[in-house]
Design a binder for this molecule. Structure first.
Ligand SMILES: N#[N+]C[C@@H]1[C@@H](O)[C@H](O)[C@@H](O)[C@@H]2O[C@H]12
Length: 444
């Protein structure tokens, strides 16, 4: 058994579109996810975030619930369509919600960690090309300037983007997420514009915010294993690692795109998307890196004619998402970051958690033993990293409560708190009570 020190932050995470609801309240306009949900066949049973967990109206109860659990930090995102419902049109009512939420958190000694962009791009921006249009960097700059000026005095920890891999490759190449394009060249251009927007936000942040405020980015990273020791499978694993991890880590921390991926993507990218100064903007110094970790990947040589790297199904314990439970890779990823990219830069696990088939038992409780075991194993790996000299500052469990799980709608439950979507009633799962005990003892 070993203890997390007193400064380590035990948190939970959510995102605006997944929990807020109030999709058309107080001036909020449509986002690409409001649009995507209304397209046939895109989201499970046509679910959408119109109401979600109604966090917009129930936030005080949710903050009290966090307080009662001893939660020390709350990672949430801001909905761009609330702040700028139209191009160039600022909506003060939009900011007012986040001022109320932040005020409630601070009153309860819960540190706010804000994600500036967690996928709900305003529809007006997408109508003008969205992340495909390099002008989005300026629109994003106007958005973040308003956030820093209006909220910078209360919020000290800012995350520019959540999982740019999802906002680019999952959304513009694989097509599972909004806006649902399937074009690798577009996805590569989008990934670059996302990183430019990230860099623009860091520049503005450095101009506006005091030094006791911190800024970083959140990347979803996994550890990639070759299915066999064959040269073909090893080569496939290297490409898969480049596609998932190095394409973002290298420009942010080394100031250059990985050459092997640049060569591969260069065959598909529609324009010469890198111009002078871009990589300098993208690779500005950060105050921390957020890591979202869920599972590893085991890859064999594929034949899609593009990446030629195919993930295989591993005969091991899996979550409801079909993701292998592999806590060791959390340690390995953190150690790789420390040794190759971030060195002594503070790290946060900004998301880790699991979906399981949760049901309310006859006793009125939700006995999610598998999630308790999942979290226990992953917290142990986090502590192992700290004990081996890693500068891990905190851990945000995904998620505080069950919520809208993107293309899966409400069919996947990730929360440590159960949500009855008919009544919006919250029920603490056993994992919430386990987390409360971990926080109070700080011992894993
Ligand atoms: N899927 N899944 C769960 C979770 C998703 O709900 C978050 O919004 C993303 O940041 C990340 O993908 C992880």
């Amino acid at each position: 058994m070993s203890d997390f020190n007193k400064d380590f932050l035990f948190g939970v995470a959510t995102a605006s579109y997944q929990v807020e609801g109030a999709y058309n309240e107080d001036g909020r306009s449509m986002s690409i996810w409001d649009t995507f949900c209304r397209q046939d066949g895109k989201v499970y049973k046509g679910h959408n975030g119109d109401v979600a967990c109604d966090h917009y109206h129930l936030y005080k109860d949710d903050v009290k619930m966090m307080k009662d659990l001893g939660i020390e930090a709350y990672r949430f995102s801001i909905a761009w369509p609330r702040i700028f419902p139209e191009k160039g049109h600022y909506n003060p009512k939009g900011i007012d919600f986040y001022k109320r939420l932040t005020d409630e958190l601070l009153k309860n000694d819960i540190k706010p960690f804000v994600t500036i962009y967690h996928w709900d791009l305003p529809q007006w921006a997408d109508d003008l090309g969205g992340w495909l249009n390099r002008e989005v960097v300026d629109w994003f700059g106007e958005y973040v300037s308003k956030l820093f000026n209006e909220l910078g005095g209360y919020i000290r920890n800012w995350i520019t983007l959540n999982e740019p891999w999802c906002s680019s490759f999952l959304s513009y190449f694989i097509g599972e997420h909004a806006p649902g394009h399937k074009d690798l060249g577009e996805a590569v251009l989008v990934s670059h514009n996302l990183l430019l927007a990230h860099g623009k936000a860091v520049e503005i942040f450095r101009d506006i915010n005091s030094s006791d405020s911190k800024i970083g980015i959140t990347l979803n990273l996994n550890e990639v294993f070759p299915a066999t020791d064959s040269p073909e499978d090893k080569a496939a694993a290297r490409i898969a690692d480049g596609f998932q991890n190095r394409w973002f880590l290298d420009p942010i921390f080394k100031g250059e795109y990985p050459k092997d991926m640049l060569e591969l993507f260069g065959k598909y990218a529609k324009t010469d998307f890198i111009t002078d100064g871009d990589l300098k903007r993208i690779s500005q110094k950060l105050d921390f890196l957020g890591v979202n970790y869920y599972t590893r990947a085991v890859v064999k040589k594929g034949n899609d004619g593009i990446l030629n790297a195919e993930q295989i199904d591993v005969d091991n314990e899996k979550t409801e998402m079909g993701w292998e439970v592999y806590p060791e890779s959390l340690y390995n990823i953190l150690m790789r970051l420390k040794n190759e990219y971030t060195f002594d830069l503070p790290l946060y696990i900004t998301e880790n958690g699991a979906a399981y088939k949760d049901v309310v038992s006859d006793d009125g409780h939700v006995h999610d033993e598998k999630r308790v075991e999942f979290l226990k194993k992953h917290f142990k790996q986090a502590k192992r990293f700290i004990d081996d000299g890693g500068n891990l500052r905190g851990y945000f469990v995904w998620s505080l409560m069950d919520n809208f799980e993107w293309a899966h709608g409400y069919s996947k439950r990730f929360g440590i708190v159960y949500v009855d979507y008919e009544t919006e009633k919250r029920i603490l799962k056993d994992s919430a009570l386990w987390y409360k005990n971990l926080i109070s003892t700080r011992t894993i």
